[in-house]
Design a protein around this ligand. Structure first.
Ligand SMILES: C[S@@+](CC[C@H](N)C(=O)[O-])C[C@H]1O[C@@H](n2cnc3c(N)ncnc32)[C@H](O)[C@@H]1O
Length: 569
């Protein structure tokens, strides 16, 4: 063989070897799509996202309450910022993305995605994938993620979320009947429902609450004893799995002594034997095994004479925990998106078309009732008309909670400014509904922020000038991280924010000649404060300047680290 031939052959062999390697490492099960990175993501290779406050849009109704945030901008950028400011802090994250229906419902790099686009699923998955990965980092250990979706992408989204969140962490796939009339323009089945895919960050640490009972349901617990109110239910099991063949351990004799009204497993003088046999003479079972019976027979069981026979009844207790476990089909007029979504917007803004896809406000309240705690931090990163924020305010008012929300939305068709912001403002201040009735304000505060990009040329090999630039522009982002939102001072050396009796300061310059002055100023306030000191690396100034009142943090290295990590996701 000639030398050239041999070289060609060797090249071909190594090509084939690398193909085999690739094939071996390819996925054998799971979702595969052609990744199509978006412009907003590529921008982050040479820019870092930050936040800027729109000061004239601040709403302060009650300074004693926490401040909620509305962030206008592409949510890839907002979620990136939140990865620095709020990692691991959200108890509930809700997302209601565009459903990829092909009806000009969403844009990808500024183009509407049509039904005919052969990459429509790939583009949508690329778009959701990155955002879910960013959102997952924001969940607290016991946090819950809820995605709303309909049939167009339900199957792909579920595979994607199973992969990112872990199949074992899927808490449920809930069908929500949001259009009880059914969609008229469907050719075959008239769609009435969509889905909620619900995941935990860690199933072992997450808890789902029960729905409160309605007054009518509570009214069914008419009797009471020393322990609680109760209603009565037969102690004999009926329906499925109620025969001794299926549950032999639940078929046993119970002895009842009518003179002392006592139930026992032991036969005694004067007692009668009772067996779970129904009126038709069929053998059934009791509801509990013998161990539970012995523990609870004195307090939770009693006997009545029915048609001349002794029958055992169980007390169904209305305890404080009593409530209804959320079911997998949510079918209730409360969830109708037309009545409690579109009409709610018409109540707030007057008749007209304000936004086409709002969720039912009552649906959002119910979701939050079972997924949040009274002090939860809630994120909605496809906030649209702001239903989630409205629901948080309502729920807090109802149960005295102090939940806070962060809403992120772009400003497509001015939605953020004209609908999301205006809605929250009117809900807080009060408004007249479409029938002219006054609706009282629900107390709450809001800060309005926009995402912005700071050009740094190259994130991977960041220059010294870029480091200084980030530090100078990161102020509002840091204020949000520390929850000290009010800017008190900005000069060429430093910036100070205050809030909740604390202060946050950022010292911008490499030249530390004014740092002592700033520390003196912070000490003089007598408030605990955090001081972000510019440095080239980490822990450069921690020991030098930390005092009893002042905690020192690095800037900008931790921000750069977060953004580099995100770029690798
Ligand atoms: C289906 S709607 C959400 C509706 C919302 N649940 C409600 O009740 O009003 C999706 C929203 O996400 C916004 N959106 C779409 N892509 C976005 C992106 N990349 N960043 C931020 N917002 C986006 C759209 O403007 C739209 O308002």
């Amino acid at each position: 063989m000639s030398e050239t031939k041999q070289t060609e052959l060797n090249a071909r062999i190594s090509e084939l070897e690398s193909e085999i390697k690739q094939l071996k490492s390819a996925k054998t099960y799971g979702l595969i799509w052609e990744d199509k990175p978006e412009d907003v993501i590529l921008q982050c290779r040479d820019n870092v996202p930050v936040l800027r406050e729109v000061k004239n849009k601040k709403i302060v109704a009650d300074p004693s309450l926490p401040t909620n945030l509305l962030i206008e901008g592409d949510n890839y950028h907002s979620l990136s910022v939140l990865n620095y400011t709020h990692r691991g802090q959200f108890d509930v994250i809700y997302a209601d993305p565009p459903y990829n229906t092909g009806n000009k419902s969403w844009r990808y790099n500024n183009d509407y995605i049509e039904k005919e686009d052969e990459f429509r699923h790939s583009k949508w998955l690329s778009y959701i994938n990155k955002r879910v990965r960013l959102a997952k980092n924001l969940l607290s250990d016991s946090g819950i993620l809820i995605f709303a979706i309909d049939d167009y992408e339900a199957h792909t989204l579920r595979l994607l979320l199973d992969e990112i969140m872990g199949e074992d962490n899927r808490l449920g796939t809930v069908a929500v009947v949001h259009n009880p009339r059914g969609r008229n323009d469907d050719r075959f089945f008239a769609t009435q429902h969509e889905y909620m895919l619900v995941y935990a960050k860690d199933k072992n640490k997450a808890a789902l609450g029960n729905f409160d009972l309605t007054d009518e349901e509570r009214g069914r617990y008419k009797k009471s004893d020393d322990i609680s109110s109760y209603s009565e239910a037969s102690f004999m099991r009926t329906g499925n799995n109620s025969t001794p063949r299926e549950r032999p351990k639940l078929f046993y004799p119970i002895f009842y002594n009518p003179n002392i009204q006592k139930l026992s497993l032991k036969k005694a003088k004067g007692s009668v034997e009772l067996l779970p046999i129904n009126e038709a003479g069929e053998e059934k079972t009791w509801r509990w095994g013998t161990a539970t019976f012995e523990k609870l027979c004195d307090t939770d069981l009693f006997v009545k004479t029915v048609k001349g026979k002794y029958r055992i009844f169980k007390k169904r207790r209305l305890t404080d925990e009593a409530g209804k476990k959320p079911k997998s089909i949510w079918y209730n007029p409360r969830y109708d998106a037309s009545t409690y979504g579109i009409m709610v917007l018409q109540d707030i803004f007057g008749r007209g078309n304000h936004f086409n896809y709002p969720k039912s406000l009552l649906l959002m309240e119910d979701i939050l009732e079972v997924t949040s705690k009274p002090n939860s931090l809630v994120l909605d990163f496809f906030a649209g008309s702001g239903t989630t924020g409205h629901a948080v305010l309502n729920l807090n008012e109802r149960d005295g909670g102090t939940r806070r929300f962060i809403l992120c939305t772009n400003n497509e068709n001015n939605i953020c400014e004209e609908v999301t912001y205006e809605r929250i403002k009117r809900v807080v201040k009060g408004y007249k509904d479409r029938r002219g009735n006054d609706v009282n304000g629900v107390p709450g505060n809001l800060g309005y922020y926009k995402t912005d990009l700071v050009n740094i040329e190259k994130l991977q090999t960041i220059s010294d000038t870029a480091r200084l630039k980030i530090t100078y522009q990161a102020g509002e982002m840091i204020a949000i991280r520390e929850d000290t939102l009010a800017e008190k001072e900005k000069n060429e050396w430093w910036q100070i924010f205050e809030g909740h009796g604390r202060a946050t300061a950022i010292y911008f310059r490499e030249d530390k000649s004014h740092l002592r002055d700033l520390i003196k100023e912070l000490d003089a306030t007598g408030k605990p404060s955090v001081l972000y000191v510019f440095g080239w690396g980490k822990n450069d100034y921690k020991n030098e300047y930390t005092s009893a009142l002042v905690r020192v943090e690095d800037i900008p290295e931790p921000i750069i680290e977060v953004y580099k990590e995100i770029n690798r996701l």
